[in-house]
Design a protein around this ligand. Structure first.
Ligand code: DQA
Length: 143
């Protein structure tokens, strides 16, 4: 089964961006790791990142049209983008993911506009959260 891992704005800077919060692994290294994780779980994982809200909306439409499960880190869009939320609601399975514990940071990070439309949310478990999200999808998808 194909699964999309979609990372939003500023996540292309993983490894350089606030390493004390997001770690020292780059996005390319994360992507390679998740493809391997997926292989072990019998999933065909595709990892994408964009700083363009329009591009992200397009990928979510693709997931809706092709009925693909999505692991989504909407990054800053989490907190204000109704456009992303309106696209998420069309996708059958979305796991929302945050690398950092958004509840233990600034107040504005506590609110997610996509939260009401996702199957579940993982936050604060670092990059390992992505592996957990993929394991969940593999364990709960029909064979
Ligand atoms: C983030 C948390 C967001 O508040 C922030 O804007 C991000 C990353 C996370 O993965 O912890 O860019 O989604």
């Amino acid at each position: 089964m194909r699964v999309l891992v979609l990372n939003g704005v500023n996540l292309g800077r993983l490894g350089k961006r606030q390493p004390e919060v997001y770690g020292s692994t780059t996005h390319a290294e994360l992507a390679e790791h998740l493809v391997q994780t997926g292989r072990g779980l019998g999933l065909e994982v595709e990892v994408r990142q964009t700083d363009s809200e329009a591009e992200m909306v397009g990928w979510l439409h693709e997931a809706a049209d092709e009925q693909l499960p999505v692991v989504l880190n909407p990054a800053a869009w989490t907190h204000y983008s109704i456009a992303i939320a309106d696209a998420v609601v069309q996708v059958p399975r979305v796991i929302e993911l945050h690398i950092s514990n958004v509840h233990a940071r600034e107040d504005f990070r506590r609110h997610s506009v996509v939260g009401p439309y996702v199957e579940g949310t993982i936050a604060g478990l670092g990059l390992g959260g992505y592996d957990l999200a993929l394991a969940h999808i593999a364990a709960t998808s029909p064979a």
